[in-house]
Design a protein around this ligand. Structure first.
Ligand code: AMP
Ligand code: ZN
Length: 113
């Protein structure tokens, strides 16, 4: 999608600190990390958010989670644990309207509100 920064990163039209790529997803470090390890898993397909996902996206969404699991292991945060977050629209603080899964780890996280 035009003017979408995550589409541009996925298409290599924009730089990012990449940690993983396959034919369906890319993953890169968040530019404004909230935790010592903060990585985003982003599908190459543009979907605005989880609320816009369709039945046909089921496998892709599952793939994103398993890619996150592998990255967490690679970054050595899986033993102590980590958080996976999909922000959905305004009330959750979604600022980039291209679905992405946050991997947050490397420290003890506060409990959810
Ligand atoms: P969200 O609030 O769920 O929409 O999260 C979007 C995330 O994308 C934020 O944590 C931003 O810091 C991050 N972000 C925005 N632009 C970039 C970029 N060019 N490269 C890496 N991360 C970015
Ligand atoms: Zn996009």
């Amino acid at each position: 999608m035009e003017n979408c920064i995550f589409c541009k990163i996925a298409a290599k039209q924009m730089d990012a600190n990449r940690v993983y790529e396959d034919n369906k997803v890319v993953a890169f470090y968040d530019i404004n990390p909230k935790t010592p390890v903060h990585i985003l898993v982003v599908p190459k397909k543009h979907i605005d958010n989880v609320d816009e996902a369709k039945k046909e996206d089921e496998e892709l969404l599952g793939h994103m989670i398993l890619v996150a699991q592998q990255i967490a292991r690679d970054k050595k945060i899986s033993d102590k644990g980590y958080r996976l977050v999909f922000n959905v629209k305004k009330h959750a603080g979604q600022i980039v309207d291209h679905i992405h899964l946050h991997i947050l780890g490397g420290k003890l996280l506060s409990s959810m509100a």
